[in-house]
Design a protein around this ligand. Structure first.
Ligand SMILES: Nc1ncnc2c1ncn2[C@@H]1O[C@H](COP(=O)(O)OP(=O)(O)O)[C@@H](O)[C@H]1O
Length: 283
């Protein structure tokens, strides 16, 4: 409980109220055994709920352009839960006139992350609306993106599954630059045709374009933050965050290891292998 209250105390007063209310209502917290997550298998298929009445609570992570939105939206239809993309919440806020959207545009159109306070406020509001509509689960896309966001989410929900998608850097840039959206139906498409030779005997990567139907062709728009310069900055911000998180994990594991080393008389090679594994796993 201390961890939860610490995380919630860290939120701004406004987001604390809304997130706590949303989590109490929209995200009923069951009482799993300490440290045990409800397995995804326990969650129902479409129309079949868990015993506590809620549906899946999944999270999709990964760098810009990796396909989080595509997979999350398809799965949300199959599992009959809403697909909540914090990027969409930000774009909705950007579309509303006023000083707030100008402030947001300054951040988003330069490839930076918006503050934890803003994103938590937007997400809290979205969860509250979902609660009013009777939504029973979610697939989150693009949240959490910082350690603080992850701590807050961890504190107020039971996440069943986290999927971290990865893709080679050259494909990511091409995919972001090829993204198109239909201004009428909101459908997402991609005009990039990706065909990259495998490296060091690795498999070739081929991803055909995801073309729009004829009725959408003349209505395609590109996101203002999908220019080459901004995408490169978003990828840089993403990798910086992943690196700082990995270093933090590595630092903590080194402290733990040195304690174990002294307590259990572990051999130095064993400690080195463990440290190496930490680096490789979190790269
Ligand atoms: N969890 C978040 N924390 C901070 N900023 C976010 C978050 N989610 C979305 N954003 C903002 O919205 C923008 C668009 O997000 P998104 O559509 O998820 O883009 P991407 O394709 O880069 O994953 C991001 O570049 C960032 O400015």
């Amino acid at each position: 409980m201390a961890g939860i209250s610490r995380a919630i105390r860290a939120c701004s007063a406004a987001s604390r109220r809304t997130l706590a209310a949303a989590s109490a209502a929209a995200l009923p917290k069951e009482a799993p055994a300490a440290g045990v997550r409800a397995p995804a298998a326990a969650t129902g298929r479409k129309g079949r709920d868990r015993e506590d009445g809620r549906r899946v609570q999944w999270v999709f992570l990964g760098c810009p352009g990796v396909g989080k939105g595509t997979y999350a939206s398809r799965l949300s239809q199959l599992l009959d839960v809403p697909h909540i993309a914090t990027g969409d919440l930000v774009r909705d806020a950007l579309a509303a006139p006023g000083p707030f959207s100008k402030q947001l545009a300054e951040i988003v159109n330069h490839g930076k992350l918006v503050s934890d306070e803003i994103i938590i406020n937007l997400l809290s509001r979205r969860l509250e609306e979902g609660e009013e509509k009777g939504e029973l689960g979610f697939i989150l896309d693009g949240f959490p993106r910082t350690i603080r966001q992850a701590e807050i989410l961890e504190g107020v929900t039971d996440i069943d599954l986290v999927i971290n998608l990865k893709l080679r850097e050259e494909a990511l840039l091409a995919k972001c630059l090829g993204r198109r959206m239909c201004s009428q139906c909101g459908g997402n498409f991609n005009v990039a045709s990706i065909d990259i030779e495998g490296e060091n005997g690795g498999p070739r990567m081929y991803m055909p374009p995801l073309l729009p139907p004829p009725q959408c062709e003349s209505k395609l728009i590109t996101r203002p933050d999908d220019t080459e310069e901004v995408v490169k900055e978003r990828l840089r911000v993403y990798h910086d965050l992943v690196c700082s998180t990995s270093l933090r994990l590595l630092f903590h594991s080194c402290i733990l290891l040195s304690i174990l080393y002294h307590l259990c008389n572990l051999s130095a090679p064993f400690v080195l292998v463990w440290v190496w594994k930490m680096i490789v796993c979190h790269r």
